[in-house]
Design a protein. Structure first.
Length: 345
């Protein structure tokens, strides 16, 4: 299978060079104008927090709630905080650095990764709210739902590991660095992470260009780009022939799922540090499904909110309850497959 996919991909690259070149332009433009301006400061902040020892202060403050809610040690606090506020894939980068420094075990790091890789408030408010839905308030609402869905995903998935009560791995902590050394190392690490993100955005932008003729042939084809690369898919939301509630619900699902480009970024960042990514896709599906269900519920309970939160969305034929059914089915599928995995073990 690997050989087949490799040959097909290389052949397509050779046969469609113009689309590949356009995809490279799209990816680099997306990285330069959208992703890196929002993410690089958090890449730097996460590495600096861990290397300078500042994360230890957060660990002491957050030890009790993290242990009670998620059965995680306090050392995970920096990854949780930055993962919920910094944007994809800041949570994975911070978690990987904690594992590399010996401040978090790989097993606990893998559980943090299941619910602490989220869209940033700036992304939700600026891109989704203003550019997709025409309202900053819409973006703020979606970010709140997105964050709540992440917290609930953690309660469902991260608590399942009964070995999570093991003590922190403080005995193998790497020594703290002086600020100048920590800052230099943090900048280098942030640059490496930024390069990884740029490379994956470019690669998946090429794939989107190559697959674009197929999307029009698929039912719901306009949703498919969002499952591959989040930003491109969200920008297509206004063109979908759906009701305002259905659009918001689909936006919520895509924000929670994150897109395959984000999933592969997380895998690439985690691998060098020995951070497992077991269950990542199922967790992101669950995150998206919970967010979609919450959004559909709000639209259902308060229809007048649609005129406030999505004023530029024209009425259409599909009611918001249909995406809610899809979200519920996804939640049941993830829970069912998780129970099957436990029974197998």
């Amino acid at each position: 299978m690997n050989l087949f996919l490799t040959v097909v991909l290389c052949a397509v690259f050779l046969l469609r060079p113009a689309d590949c070149a356009a995809g490279v332009h799209d990816g680099l433009s997306l990285a330069a104008h959208t992703a890196l301006p929002a993410l690089f400061p958090f890449f730097l902040s996460g590495a600096l927090l861990v290397r300078s020892g500042t994360a230890d202060v957060l660990s002491r403050l957050a030890a009790r709630p993290l242990t009670r809610l998620y059965r995680l040690p306090g050392e995970a606090a920096a990854a949780v905080l930055l993962g919920w506020t910094g944007g994809y894939p800041v949570g994975a980068a911070t978690t990987a650095e904690l594992v590399r420094q010996g401040r978090l075990s790989p097993e606990d790091g893998a559980r943090v990764n299941t619910f602490c890789n989220c869209a940033s408030p700036g992304f939700c408010i600026g891109l989704v709210g203003l550019h997709v839905c025409g309202s900053a308030r819409t973006g703020a609402l979606l970010y709140g739902i997105h964050l709540l869905a992440a917290a609930l995903t953690g309660l469902i998935i991260a608590r399942q590991d009964s070995a999570a009560a093991r003590p922190p791995v403080s005995a193998v902590h790497a020594p703290h660095e002086r600020f100048a050394a920590a800052f230099c190392a943090a900048v280098q690490q942030a640059a490496a992470t930024a390069l990884t993100v740029t490379a994956f955005l470019t690669a998946f932008s090429i794939l989107l260009r190559l697959l674009n003729p197929l999307f029009g042939l698929l039912p719901g084809g306009s949703i498919a780009p969002g499952l591959i690369e989040l930003t491109r898919g969200l920008m297509l939301m206004p063109s979908l022939p759906l009701s305002a509630g259905a659009r918001l619900t689909l936006c919520s699902f895509l924000l929670g799922f994150g897109g395959l480009a984000v999933h592969f970024q997380i895998r690439a960042i985690a691998a060098p540090c020995g951070l497992p990514v077991t269950g990542l896709t199922a967790a992101k599906l669950l995150h998206g499904a919970i967010a979609a269900a919450l959004t559909a519920g709000i639209c259902r309970l308060s229809p007048t909110a649609l005129t406030v939160f999505a004023s530029n969305c024209p009425p259409a034929a599909v009611p918001p309850v249909l995406p809610a059914v899809f979200a519920g089915a996804t939640i049941l599928f993830v829970i069912y497959t998780g129970k099957r995995a436990e029974n197998t073990v």
